[in-house]
Design a protein around this ligand. Structure first.
Ligand code: B12
Ligand code: SF4
Length: 478
């Protein structure tokens, strides 16, 4: 039985560097002797990708979809005109939007909810066995089926897969040589309750971690097989269990493994100490960041992360003392935000020795932020997705009577320029356009920072790798 797993095009093409879910599904299914092919629309032309799917005549095609995926309807209809495999979609968007997602894509036969290695394998066992799979598919947990226009939910699946018994993800050698680093996932999920975060719906309610031995042997295998020693750690909460995190780094040092690495998401600021920071430094960590989200005392109280301003200040000071200049990730527009609450947040952050990056809140279904906006504010329909925040044009999803669309944009550009994060003011891929959009926005939203912007731009021209936000292990401005 053969399946093609597809990474469709993304509105955030500039950031569509790899897909983390597909290599896990691929290795798991291969370990069950299934034949899997991967087609990545981020890496080849549209027509070529559709032709490859059709030529391989799969029994099933599975799409990995997040909210920034684009062109899915067109791909489905282009394939459907030529072959009719079983169509499945999984990933963050189907998981969060559920029936609404299926209604938007009626060509799909089913969607899977959350982590899906076992779900997909069980679907295939049913498809392999029977020409009329419907009755048996009803027994597979974690699905919404599209049966002759009717949506049928199967029982809920709990995410209990033992991460240590899973095969390592199957990243294609071309992907790794293009990336020149290895995406490493040492744990799944998180135990915090941040009001904006959809991760509980994606990975369940508990944090699950791989053993130290399992993680370090993957690192050794990557170095051996791919001659790569750069790692990009994808965990949502790498240091949730501080002792486990330290033990991974101790083991790397003990075995004299020479690596460079950085993190995709912030580390948990509540779970650090001097020894951990020292181990990070010694074991090759190039850069760290923390998800602070808001530093207005009232908004921080509502955030669900359990951080106080005192704790933030003490831990940032400790981090700086140990030789890192940390990044902090901030969100404009959380529950109850106003122009003044955002000003208070900014003023606190400016007092710290950090590089702050400000984003705009995106309310995902199944989160308290979403429910609050539904009650209290107004969603934009369709949302202004822009090209992803990384292109300097933040997506706008909603506004409230106290914090309008204009307030959000103004706060976003103002805060980013106040904290010298000028890249978030710039849009486009061409350096001249990047410069001109940034210059226009700094003059419009924060003219007194124009000189700072020009100095940053000149340094960027002289040393692009250090200043352009594309290499996560390159220390910026440090
Ligand atoms: C690593 C990461 C990235 C990486 C890799 C992206 C990727 N597509 O995998 C990079 C840095 C490139 C990235 C970029 C972006 N990301 Co990102 N990213 C993450 C992060 C932190 C971890 C993902 C991870 O490690 N997953 C591990 C694997 C095992 O899980 P998984 O990918 O979800 O896959 C499982 C299931 O979803 C399912 N599944 C996935 N695909 C399929 C396909 C089929 C057929 C089936 C049946 C099942 C299935 O089974 C998989 C195995 O269990 C998540 C947060 C999170 N915890 O999910 C955000 C997250 C996925 N990213 C997000 C966003 C918004 C983005 C960007 C749009 C950011 C931007 N503005 O540019 C871009 C989009 C790029 C793109 N086209 O994908 C959002 C998505 C929200 C949403 N509703 O869609 C998340 C959830 C973060 C958040 N805001 O909470 N990201
Ligand atoms: S700490 Fe990070 S991963 Fe955990 S709930 Fe909050 S935002 Fe989500």
């Amino acid at each position: 039985m053969k399946i093609v797993l597809v990474n469709p095009p993304s509105l955030s093409m500039r950031y569509n560097r790899f897909n983390a879910g597909i290599p896990y599904l691929t290795s798991f299914l291969k370990s069950k002797s299934m034949f899997v092919e991967v087609v990545d629309f981020g890496q080849a032309a549209y027509r070529e990708c559709v032709d490859r799917i059709v030529r391989s005549k799969p029994e099933a095609v599975g799409f990995s979809v997040n909210s920034y995926t684009t062109g899915l309807r067109e791909i489905l209809s282009d394939i459907r005109g030529r072959i009719r495999p079983f169509f499945i979609a999984g990933g963050p968007a189907p998981t969060l939007y559920e029936e609404d997602f299926l209604s938007r894509y009626p060509d799909l036969d089913c969607i899977t909810l959350g982590e899906s290695e076992e779900t997909l394998w069980e679907i295939f066992r049913v498809l392999e066995k029977s020409k009329d799979p419907m009755p048996d598919l009803l027994q597979v947990k974690g699905l919404i089926l599209n049966h002759r226009g009717e949506r049928i939910r199967t029982p809920v699946r709990s995410f209990g897969i033992d991460l240590n018994s899973m095969p390592f993800p199957d990243y294609a050698p071309e992907t790794l040589s293009r990336l020149n680093y290895y995406p490493l996932l040492t744990s799944r999920g998180c135990d915090s309750h941040c009001v904006f975060c959809p991760n509980r719906a994606l990975h369940g309610f508990t944090w699950r971690a791989r053993s130290v031995e399992n993680v370090v042997s993957e690192i050794e295998k990557v170095i051996r097989d791919h001659s790569l020693n750069r790692f990009f750690i994808l965990d949502d909460s790498f240091n949730l269990d501080l002792e486990r995190a330290k033990n991974i780094l101790r083991e790397v040092l003990k075995r004299k493994i020479r690596i460079q690495y950085s993190f995709c998401s912030g580390l948990q600021i509540r779970s650090i100490d001097a020894e951990f920071l020292d181990l990070l430094k010694k074991s090759g960590c190039a850069k760290i960041g923390f998800g602070i989200e808001t530093a207005d005392p009232e908004s921080a109280g509502r955030l669900g992360k359990g951080l106080s301003l005192d704790m933030i200040k003490t831990r940032i000071d400790l981090t700086v003392k140990s030789g890192f200049r940390p990044e902090v990730y901030m969100i404009v527009g959380l529950i109850g935000a106003t122009v003044s609450s955002e000003r208070r947040s900014l003023s606190f952050i400016k007092g710290l020795n950090v590089l702050a990056r400000w984003f705009i809140a995106q309310p995902y279904p199944k989160t308290p932020l979403y429910d609050w906006v539904a009650r209290h504010g107004r969603f934009f329909d369709p949302p202004d997705l822009g090209e992803g925040v990384w292109n300097g044009r933040p997506p706008l999803f909603f506004e409230t009577p106290e914090f309008t669309k204009e307030d959000m944009l103004r706060t976003y550009y103002h805060a980013n320029s106040e904290t010298d994060n000028y890249l978030f003011l710039c849009s486009g891929n061409n350096p001249l356009i990047l410069f001109l959009t940034g210059l226009f926005r700094v003059i419009r939203y924060n003219p007194r920072r124009t000189l700072g912007f020009l100095v940053w731009a000149i340094k960027g021209v002289m040393n692009p790798t250090k200043y352009v936000y594309n290499e996560h292990w390159v220390k910026e401005e440090g």
